[in-house]
Design a protein around this ligand. Structure first.
Ligand code: PMV
Length: 350
């Protein structure tokens, strides 16, 4: 029975940065290989949702704004997504929704706003469902469901419903891991050396990507290196989990750089091949390696599917990395822009 009801719901959810990359999928939004990421502290999306549910009504997204402006393209994607969830949440077929979305970071900054947004949306819907059902749900069940629902909006979004480090994809290495949803890697998996890890995102180019991530995932279907990539990701996952446990930052750094370069290597060798790195991306990667060598530093890089560079480093190197950025790297960034961020506390209700 769907009750007639109305109310307000809001969740804030973080973006995440993948260390072992999810690249390639099969229906419905299931990953070709397991991936590991951590959520960010400052880069978050806040979704506020006014809802009115009436069995006599049909689903309608009455209004949608993104940072105060209407955004018809994103509104259509969100309406399709919410309509697609009606099979799991029958109330949605009779819901009229007003949604506002705001993000703390610029669009196309090389931080996946869709992961944060779909995570926040899924959390809102799961919470409204819990209110309607009037049945208590334990946290583990609640966040697992939210992760599964977020995955259907954007694969990597399933890793944004927790704090800290997250694993998505089935692996014999971690009990309870699944392709359907992400799980949180709790303290037994994470050495204290990683508890205040930082991510500074260098914005080399913030224009919209020429090839979307979903087109990139599709190109993996027929990719000649597909079987090798699956093996490589599985090996990197095993090695990364070991370093996360034992605090070996150097090996951790070597793995994340290998993952970043391999991701872009897969794009170069797709058919058709394409390049998302900018010449300045490569200049920055070279500078980071030179700096590391000259200073015995523990700053490493990773890349998402785009030209912007994520510098990953322990908190104790913040001062050195800030001067590296100011003196050597900001000149390669669009308008000298970068964003300083760090390991985050996960989503919260607002
Ligand atoms: O979640 P999607 O479909 O936007 O794909 C994300 C892909 C990467 O960001 C490149 C890697 C990842 O694991 O997040």
């Amino acid at each position: 029975m769907i009750p007639k009801t109305s109310g307000q719901m809001g969740w804030q959810s973080p973006a995440n940065i993948a260390l072992v990359k999810y690249w390639g999928k099969h229906p419905v939004q299931l990953p070709m290989n397991p991936s590991v990421s951590f959520v960010l502290k400052e880069s978050v999306v806040r979704i506020r949702m006014g809802y009115s549910i009436d069995p006599a009504d049909q689903f309608n997204l009455n209004a949608f704004t993104l940072n105060g402006n209407e955004n018809p393209a994103f509104a259509d994607r969100i309406a399709d997504y919410l309509r697609s969830l009606a099979g799991f949440f029958p109330f949605l077929a009779h819901a009229r929704l007003n949604i506002t979305s705001e993000s703390t970071f610029p669009h196309s900054a090389g931080i996946a706003s869709s992961a944060a947004a779909f995570s926040a949306l899924a959390l809102c819907i799961c919470q409204i469902d819990a209110i309607i059902r009037e049945e208590p749900v334990d946290d583990e069940t609640f966040f697992r469901k939210a992760s599964e629902m977020a995955r259907l909006g954007s694969g990597s979004a399933c890793r944004s419903v927790y704090d800290g480090f997250t694993l998505w994809g089935e692996t014999t290495e971690v009990h309870g891991s699944s392709d359907e949803y992400a799980i949180r890697l709790d303290d037994q998996f994470i050495h204290k050396a990683f508890s205040s890890i930082r991510d500074s995102v260098l914005i080399v180019d913030n224009s919209t990507k020429k090839v979307s991530s979903s087109a990139g995932h599709t190109l993996m279907d027929q990719h000649p290196y597909r079987p090798a990539r699956i093996k490589q990701a599985e090996m990197n996952l095993i090695k990364l989990l070991t370093t996360l446990r034992n605090g070996d930052i150097q090996t951790f750094g070597e793995i994340i750089e290998n993952e970043a370069l391999s991701l872009h290597g897969l794009m170069l060798s797709s058919n058709p091949g394409y390049i998302l790195m900018h010449p300045h991306t490569i200049n920055i990667l070279n500078k980071i390696r030179e700096f590391r060598q000259a200073n015995q530093s523990q700053v490493y890089f990773t890349l998402d599917a785009g030209p912007n560079v994520h510098l990953i480093y322990p908190e104790k190197e913040t001062k050195a990395v800030t001067s590296l950025i100011q003196n050597e790297l900001a000149g390669y960034c669009q308008n000298r822009q970068w964003i300083d961020d760090a390991l985050g506390n996960g989503p919260c209700m607002i």
